[in-house]
Ligand binder design. Structure first.
Ligand code: PSU
Length: 304
């Protein structure tokens, strides 16, 4: 039985057939990561950034039971406004599709579908990780285990300190996932350029990253690669300010008993409220920055 490939848009199909660079993009950031209309504006702007840097964007989602790579503007608009749409990680895909549902795909589901589509590279804002207090709750994102088994390179801005960053890095080590910081020695913390923890490796150019992707593939490592791209200096938030809002949001989630897959969307929305919208502005800036780097890596990878 052949594996089920997502349905490709004509633009994505043409680019892949011709060996031209393609960057996959996730859709949980649209359905659960940002409020409307900022989610739609960002999704469209990120696609433009990918194009401006020489690659074809392939936003991935499940639309009425069909896994898709490459959405029209009207389909993005529908997803951005949809109420009650599912947040699907890779384990949820089959059941959602059988029920003909629509879903925003998380990092894990987007990696899985990108790999099936033949797209080796994917850009997002932040990946999920090991939540604070995981020693009691066991809340560890499926993004990390998917990174350990699916050979998709994920460009992100590190992980937020809503998570336990040292435990997240430790888990990625166990999963054999290389963590590479772009142009920095430190692993970034999404809103800020450093988490205070070092990344395993530092690479300073898109060409070096593309060469690493090829070698990692040819060595048969079989895992994803996490590229951590620090937020641009001008868009970074003051660490004391943002850490304060994060601590308050985590405490509130705890006291309200919010857990499992609802936890990350709750924290993102609450941090946005508590920060007076500053977290959303920073989030939009870093996603665009990641899309630009991913497109440049895709161009270098396709050239090799
Ligand atoms: N972190 C963010 N923004 C996001 C997400 C995480 O800063 O939008 C989304 C991504 O889609 C990620 C998912 O894959 O949340 C992880 O959810 P969980 O922690 O429930 O695994």
């Amino acid at each position: 039985m052949p594996l089920l490939k997502p349905v490709l848009s004509p633009e994505v199909a043409d680019a892949l057939a011709a060996g031209r660079p393609v960057v996959a993009l996730e859709s949980t950031i649209i359905t659960h990561g940002m409020p409307y209309p900022a989610n739609l504006e960002t999704a469209l702007a990120v696609e433009d950034v990918v194009r401006a840097n020489g690659a074809v964007p392939a936003t991935i989602a499940v639309v009425r039971g069909v896994a898709r790579a490459g959405l029209t503007a009207a389909e993005l608009e529908d997803l951005a406004q949809a109420k009650g749409v599912v947040k699907a990680s890779s384990r949820d895909l089959a059941a959602v599709m059988v029920r003909r549902g629509s879903a925003g795909t998380t990092v894990s589901a987007t990696m899985r579908l990108a790999d099936l589509a033949g797209i080796p590279l994917f850009a997002t804002g932040g990946v999920g990780g090991v939540h604070r207090g995981a020693e009691a709750t066991f809340d560890i994102s499926a993004d990390l285990t998917e990174l350990g088994r699916t050979p998709t390179t994920v460009v992100c801005a590190g992980v937020k300190s809503i998570l336990d960053i040292p435990k997240t890095l430790e888990f990625l080590e166990t999963q054999r996932v290389p963590v590479i910081a772009y142009g920095s020695d430190d692993f970034p913390a999404f809103f800020t350029r450093s988490s205070g923890h070092r990344a395993d490796h530092r690479l300073d150019s898109a060409e070096e990253i593309a060469a690493t992707m090829r070698l990692h593939r040819d060595l048969g490592c079989g895992t994803g690669i996490l590229i951590a791209n620090p937020i641009p200096e001008a868009d970074a938030l003051d660490p004391a300010f943002i850490d304060g809002t994060i601590t308050d949001a985590v405490a509130e989630a705890d006291s309200r008993g919010i857990s499992r897959k609802d936890l990350t969307p709750f924290l993102l929305a609450r941090i946005n409220e508590l920060s007076g919208g500053r977290s959303l502005t920073a989030n939009i800036a870093l996603v665009k920055n990641n899309a630009a780097l991913a497109a440049r890596i895709a161009v270098a990878y396709a050239a090799g």
